[in-house]
Ligand binder design. Structure first.
Ligand SMILES: C[S@@+](CC[C@H](N)C(=O)[O-])C[C@H]1O[C@@H](n2cnc3c(N)ncnc32)[C@H](O)[C@@H]1O
Length: 369
């Protein structure tokens, strides 16, 4: 709803911008809604958990972070067990993944001692929540507002970058096929006074080969912002040696169609619903991500579905071990969590896991072909 009187401060700002410039790209709209320093969703809200707007895998089950901890330890062994490993998490939310990962990592004391943790977070609220959660974790943790460069990590040692539900929050552009070719879709004010999309922007610099023959009316999502982030991650991993693990919802093959969605209190809402007060995301194009990693010199393995990945890491065994000492309420929570993170109709198939690594280390299990 975008009527007068119920507009959020951000919507008023967006409307002024549209009046001045004629329209706003979907990417700019998304970025303003999520990251505006005063009114953005992540800057102002605490979106996680049952009382928030969505539940991510680490929020749904402690086993997610624990299994990633075991995976990280095995990976470190594959690197030859270096004395230092810089573990960089992008967009760590409330810090649940890192907390669970570090608890599991204590089972490998040399690995745990090697860890230097770097949290990359734009939201001051979430940074504070992460600090509180990781206090007393027993490792050295530093916070960064953006992905650190090779020199910013300090000291020696390879790097391990993890990003769970991070790239889906980086902006996408929409292009629509019209009779004359491709046009960027802009956010405009429609004739009824509401915010709306219109294909009135510029053509894209390049149309990907897979989209060239799409019919009029088709929409594609392109994200130079995500490609740039992938390039930066890859450069860091290539320069220091190491591995990147990206987990997100998305597709393995590029395809036409719009996946932009807004969530408010666990319900899907229209993307123009109360700008700045709902979470806006779009699926990750894992083919484009893999290409960006490969172009920067990393080895990239075909993505696994999250459910298959977690089962290969030992989800069932971990669940059985936890159930053996759980009371009835805890057991129900554990079973619900496992279903949520790995169930085929929940996160298990929609979410994909992509691993990319430097040439000087073996492909980590369970990605080996
Ligand atoms: C959907 S949440 C995922 C949180 C966490 N990884 C989890 O799985 O629970 C997205 C996270 O990315 C952060 N974020 C969004 N855009 C960012 C950016 N450009 N730079 C750094 N962090 C960002 C948000 O503040 C939030 O912590």
């Amino acid at each position: 709803m975008s009527g007068e009187g119920v507009q959020t401060p951000l919507e008023r700002m967006i409307r002024r911008h549209i009046a001045h410039s004629g329209g706003l790209s979907v990417a700019d709209y998304m970025e303003l809604c999520l990251s505006h320093p005063e009114h953005g969703y992540y800057t102002t809200r605490q979106p996680f958990g049952a009382a928030g707007d969505f539940i991510t895998a680490p929020e749904a089950s402690q086993m997610f972070g624990e299994l990633l901890g075991a995976w990280a330890a095995a990976c470190w062994q594959g690197m030859g067990g270096p004395a230092r490993l810089h573990l960089v998490e992008l967009g760590p939310g409330r810090g649940m993944l890192m907390q669970d990962l570090l608890r599991a990592a204590k089972s490998w004391p040399d690995f745990f001692r090697a860890l230097r943790v770097h949290m990359v977070e734009i939201s001051p609220h979430l940074r504070a929540a992460q600090k509180e959660r990781l206090e007393g974790a027993g490792v050295h943790v530093r916070w960064h507002e953006r992905l650190p460069g090779r020199e910013d990590l300090g000291g020696e040692g390879p790097v391990m970058v993890m990003a769970n539900e991070f790239l889906d929050a980086l902006p996408v552009h929409h292009y629509e096929r019209v009779a004359e070719g491709w046009r960027e879709r802009l956010v405009v004010v429609g004739e009824d006074g509401r915010l709306a999309f219109a294909p009135v922007g510029e053509a894209p610099r390049a149309v990907p080969a897979w989209a060239r023959d799409l019919p009029v009316g088709s929409v594609i999502e392109l994200s130079p912002e995500r490609a740039a982030m992938a390039r930066d991650i890859a450069r860091l991993v290539a320069a220091r040696g190491g591995v990147a693990l990206v987990i997100d919802y998305g597709h393995v093959r590029p395809a036409a169609g719009e996946t932009l969605q807004a969530l408010h209190r666990h319900e899907r809402v229209e993307v123009f619903h109360r700008p700045g007060m709902s979470d806006i995301t779009a699926h990750v194009d894992f083919a484009a991500l893999g290409e960006a990693f490969r172009a920067a010199g990393l080895a990239v393995v075909r993505p696994l579905e999250q459910g298959a990945f977690l089962l290969l890491l030992g989800l069932e065994q971990r669940l059985r071990a936890l159930l053996a000492r759980a009371d009835t309420a805890q057991a129900a929570r554990l079973l619900r969590g496992a279903e949520r993170i790995a169930g085929a109709d929940q996160m298990g198939r929609l979410f994909k896991v992509l691993c990319a690594h430097s040439a000087d280390m073996p492909t980590p299990e369970p990605f080996t072909p």
